[in-house]
Design a protein around this ligand. Sequence first.
Ligand code: GDP
Length: 431
Amino acid sequence: LPVVAVVGRPNVGKSTLVNRILGRREAVVEDIPGVTRDRVSYKAEWTGHPFMVTDTGGWEPDAKGMGRSIAVQAELAMRAADLIVLVVDATVGATSADEAVSRILRRSKVPVLLAANKVDSERAEADAAVLWSLGLGEPYTISAAHGRGTADLLDLIVEKLPEKPRERFLPGGPRRVALVGKPNVGKSSLLNKLAGEERSVVDNVAGTTVDPVDELIELGGKPWQFVDTAGLRRKVRTASGHEYYASLRTRAALDSAEVALLLIDASEPITEQDLRVLSMIVESGRALVVVFNKWDLVDEDRREQLDKEIDRELARVPWARRVNISAQTGRSVQKLVPALEGALESWDRRVSTGPLNSWLKDIIAATPPPVRGGRQPRVKFATQAGTRPPTFVLFTTGFLEAGYRRFLERKLRESFGFDGSPVRVNVRVRD
Ligand code: GDP
């Protein structure tokens, strides 16, 4: 479904507007699985047009963090939405934060509607006229609390909203990489190294839709799209809510990427924070290359220690590709491209049904599924239901234990590869 993002400063009435869009029309209010409290998405409908509404402002920053908060909201919205509604408080007028977010949104390729909220009476309409100065066109006056003007706004929303979500991933375009990792592992350094002193940054590759927050870098003769790098380039850091922004950005980058480059500082012990980023990657289902950076600082002792940490901490992603580099000296940085390509090749791969089922027959004959409740489930048939990541469906006559499912996944990998990519195995029980 097409996505409408509602952005704006705290207390301008974003949530009230979202509730108005949902509640009044008896819309289905449901948490969509997989979304976190950072971004809440709901299914809505107006005059027979279904769409999603996303409220990006789940967090109320203090005064200092404000500008940054809505800048992040705006960037996420430009990436994820098909239409953006910027809500401003007409009783306050255009604040500097409103101006800052408008500046960002004026670059937006998706339509932006300016909603001037808290216009509770006709008399107050005139106040909204100053909001033309934001450069986002006509301010549409509404009162989210009382419902004044919201039907007209919704008419406009469905009028401007495309039927289908925009095509974000152009087939044949550059592959999209999310460069992620906790602070100070060397993400910026690597990005700068890759972009190169000669500025091999390609600005305009024909047929691509590069968001303003992305960067195209030519590596191994091909353009690669590094998503959500604006933050890495700008390196704005605020003490307040830093972790929050970092995780918001990581999630947004993963959303729009195909493969994750997880940077870990090899010279220091692997931490909780590294593992949190890893969890986000695993949840996202993206291909993965784990990059151990600062290899120039790793001596024999540290290396041994690191091997132990890898065994312990990265046990959940034994399939991930690993590369040791130094972003500073440039050592082994050229190994990244083959690792990325290999991981993506696995992520895209499809096994045809014939070989898959003869493989299945052999495996099951050798190691049948464990008996449960006196019954031996039969695995009748397997098919690859999808790619990116490879997703398999097993049709069985009974429940398969998690351990046996993991065993099948491991065997699938041994037989068919899939290095660098997660593999999903779903079970459908049919008698
Ligand atoms: P980010 O927060 O992940 O973007 O990390 P930065 O790129 O800002 O790097 C953090 C610090 O680590 C900086 O002082 C870098 O100079 C340093 N650094 C980055 N890569 C390397 C490396 O390969 N070797 C060494 N010795 N230092 C590095």
